[in-house]
Ligand binder design. Structure first.
Ligand code: IPM
Ligand code: MG
Length: 351
């Protein structure tokens, strides 16, 4: 079959890691007789430099016309320390999420046995942890009204959610839990926030329609703590935009494999697949970044196209590379560190 893949490498290490995912997808195409057409487009700081804005209309059009979007990373240090910058790379990411209606960000967190020693947690705490963070992605404080007072001495960011926004993300989270271990943890701050009380009210109503799924409720501060103490107790965790941003970063490092974790953002239009780590500017251009999170994002992309056997082939070859220590310097330890491009070549050749 033929598929159109919008390819948005973005900033920092984005281009290098996306290149490796493309190699692997081409190998999939060859093995399973598919044709992937990679249509490149700019986003982030790279797009600001080129056309003055971080998610240009031309890029959006390519995304809309594609079967899936393969995304690298966004962010550039030259904007991070400049609070007065008029346009920021991150605005491109938010605009893309909004315009494609990507209301759910799905971040599966799994442990890799050969990498448990990399976890900042004790092996017995983290071994076997396997859960999914479902983050609401187009609402809440990220997209509420924001601004400064006239005298610039105060600032505000509003957090708003509608019942409909809460229902659709909870439905997706329940469906995920139904396909997994049938436990859903709704994370909020209902002891303080009105939006959280709406989330809880909606969840308590919907809970009755999902009798086969055990729902529990947790305040976000407590969830942040329990993720560290008992990561194994979670199956699917669902939460609002900003809590999800914070908890998913926390969740990603407890397995010791930040460079290995993929994500999918899904919603109304074309879905976007990207590694959860950022643009890692210090490593840009050095051919040292770990491409596996992007390659596993490509596996999630293949699943979204219903290419299940193909996705499994990608996961299998990644597991073999880890078993055989064909890995980049972040996880090589005292063994030989392979280059980004060498890992990509190995994965493509051994698929
Ligand atoms: C993420 C990132 C983004 C976010 C930034 C880059 C705007 O941290 O995808 O988690 O906050 O959503
Ligand atoms: Mg984040």
């Amino acid at each position: 079959m033929k598929f159109k893949i919008a390819t948005l490498p973005g900033d920092g290490i984005g281009p290098e890691i996306v290149d490796q995912a493309i190699k692997v997808m081409k190998a999939v195409g060859k093995k399973f007789d598919h044709e992937f057409e990679f249509n490149f487009a700019v986003t982030g700081a790279a797009a600001i430099d080129e056309v003055g804005e971080p998610y240009p209309e031309a890029t959006h059009k390519i995304c809309l016309e594609s079967d899936a979007v393969l995304f690298g990373a966004i962010g550039d240090p030259k904007y991070d320390n400049d609070p007065s910058a008029k346009v920021r790379p991150e605005q491109g990411l938010l605009k893309m999420r909004k315009q494609l209606g990507l209301y759910a960000n799905i971040r599966p967190v799994t442990t890799f046995p050969s990498l448990l020693h990399k976890s900042p947690l004790r092996k017995d705490i983290v071994e076997g942890a396997d859960f999914v963070v479902v983050r609401e992605l187009t609402g809440g404080i990220y997209f509420g009204g924001k601004g400064r007072s006239e005298d610039l001495k105060s600032a505000f960011d509003n957090c708003e959610y509608s019942t409909e926004e809460v229902e659709r993300i909870l439905k997706l989270a329940y469906d995920y839990a139904g396909k997994r271990n049938k436990r859903l943890t709704v994370v909020d701050k209902a002891n303080v926030l009105a939006t959280s009380r709406l989330w809880r009210e909606v969840a308590q109503r919907m809970e009755k329609d999902y009798e086969n799924i055990e729902t529990d409720y947790m305040f976000v501060d407590n969830a942040a703590m329990q993720l560290i103490q008992w990561p194994k107790k979670f199956d699917v965790m669902v939460t609002e935009n900003m809590f999800g941003d914070i908890l998913s970063d926390e969740a990603s490092v407890i397995t010791g494999s930040l460079g290995l974790l993929p994500s999918a953002s899904v919603g109304k239009e074309t879905s976007v697949f990207e590694p959860i780590h950022g643009s890692y500017p210090q490593a840009a251009g050095k051919d040292i970044a770990n491409p596996v999170a992007t390659v596993l994002s490509a596996a999630m992309l293949l699943e979204s196209l219903d290419l299940l056997e193909e996705a499994k082939a990608v996961r299998d070859v990644v597991n073999r590379s880890l078993d055989q220590d064909v890995v980049t310097e972040d996880i090589a330890g005292d063994k030989k560190a392979y280059k980004t491009s060498e890992v990509g070549d190995w994965l493509a050749a051994n698929l």
